[in-house]
Design a protein. Structure first.
Length: 291
């Protein structure tokens, strides 16, 4: 199958032969605090990540009244609705995030869970959109994303190949990156199935990355070794913080190590052309009997 080698995200080429595009998923780990969000942006910048990502929902659209009324204790109140509304940033907060990320020279974008949220995020001229695994089967939402003509990163957690095929048919392959994903928080190593990265590349002929929710770093590094052009991991200031996603997130020192190792891998992979390096010549002259 003819392979679409690269997709341009904010003037950076992402795909085959390009440096791995590393996304620090802030998601809802800001716990409704703009100050924590800025601290997490700082962590991503200091680590050398390419982008940070948030999540955006229109609460009354995404959740039913019954779900919002369900009892659920949180710092925001006694119901699930209190929690969901407390975790949502509005225009004022995202305007400041936009300003702050521009100042820090890092891309930012979001997973939008409904059409109104897509329209909201478009106001900030994002370099791309992310479609969450939970939204992969929502054809109307997929088509709405495409109206804006931006690159799309599509996570494929909790989906079979037939569902992914249908989503790709709806979206088209232009400016599309698939992200292999297992939607368990945290994911067990035996359920990561990293070889699916190779399967998706072969089957769909588009760039393929990896969105990880596992504990630890080696398997995310392994995804890069297997050819993932995007690595996305949730980040947190402290995994012991309150919040449903914190346990599946990476703390500041962890994301720094992951970025360092992936950047070294980018250098080490090379171009595949076998050559003799100048640094080898003195060794060759010293050790080879016959030339």
């Amino acid at each position: 199958m003819e392979h679409q080698k690269t997709v341009e995200i904010g003037k950076k080429l992402v795909g085959d032969g390009q440096p791995c595009y590393i996304v620090a998923e802030i998601g809802i780990n800001h716990n409704g605090s703009l100050d924590i969000a800025k601290q997490l942006i700082d962590v991503a910048v200091e680590s050398g990540c390419d982008a940070v990502k948030f999540q955006k929902r229109t609460v009354e659209t995404v959740y039913t009244p019954e779900e919002l009324a369900r009892p659920r204790e949180s710092p925001f109140g006694p119901t699930n609705g209190d929690l969901k509304r407390g975790l949502e940033f509005g225009y004022k907060e995202y305007r400041e995030i936009d300003r702050y990320c521009e100042q820090k020279r890092i891309h930012w974008f979001a997973s939008c869970w409904d059409e109104e949220s897509v329209n909201f995020m478009e106001k900030f001229d994002p370099p791309c959109f992310k479609v969450a695994s939970a939204c992969l089967t929502d054809d109307s939402l997929l088509r709405h994303h495409r109206k804006y003509g931006r690159p799309i990163l599509l996570s494929t957690g909790m989906s079979e190949i037939k569902q992914i095929e249908h989503a790709v048919q709806v979206l088209g392959k232009e400016q599309l990156i698939l992200l292999h994903c297992t939607s368990t928080y945290p994911s067990k190593p035996e359920e990561l199935n990293l070889r699916t990265i190779l399967t998706l590349k072969e089957k769909f002929g588009v760039p393929v990355g990896y969105s990880g929710h596992e504990v630890g770093l080696p398997t995310s590094f392994a995804a890069a070794v297997l050819g993932a052009c995007v690595i996305e991991r949730h980040i947190t200031l402290d995994r012991a913080m309150w919040g449903s996603d914190q346990a599946a997130s990476v703390e500041p020192q962890g994301i720094k190590r992951l970025v360092r190792d992936v950047r070294e891998l980018d250098l080490a992979l090379g171009d595949g052309v076998k050559r003799v390096y100048a640094s080898e010549i003195p060794i060759m002259e010293k050790l080879r009997r016959a030339r």
